[in-house]
Design a protein around this ligand. Structure first.
Ligand code: CU
Length: 120
């Protein structure tokens, strides 16, 4: 019985070590000077962009995910900043915004689907 007790203490010690090392892994800090932007998702629904207004920073990535059944697209009202191809049901389109500005866009198939991205 004494040996079993030592074995139990040994096992507990190992479990504690594993837990401590696991917590250590989770607290890894991003390297300094990491300029990678944040990622945002816009749901493309039948028939609206959600959110229909999004404020981001330069270098951020926006991904439109078509969660509807219809085919949609995201096209700038003016200029060419946002110019997706067809976004089929279940498909997505990503774009990195590198210039500050207010970008209004719409869906060419359902023109009442309108939204805005503000890049600060
Ligand atoms: Cu649409």
């Amino acid at each position: 019985m004494k040996n079993n007790g030592l074995l139990l203490i040994g096992l507990l010690f190992m479990i504690v070590l594993i837990l401590i090392s696991g917590v250590g892994c989770k607290s890894v800090v991003s390297p300094l000077g990491n300029t990678q932007g944040s990622e945002f998702t816009i749901e493309v629904r039948d028939y609206a962009f959600k959110p229909d207004q999004l404020v981001i920073k330069t270098g951020d990535t926006v991904t439109w995910v078509n969660v509807g059944e219809k085919t949609h697209a995201a096209i700038s009202d003016n200029g060419t900043e946002i110019a997706s191809q067809e976004i089929l049901s279940g498909a997505s389109f990503s774009h990195v915004f590198n210039m500050p500005g207010t970008y209004t866009y719409h869906c060419p198939y359902f023109s009442f689907m309108e939204a805005t991205i503000i890049v600060q």
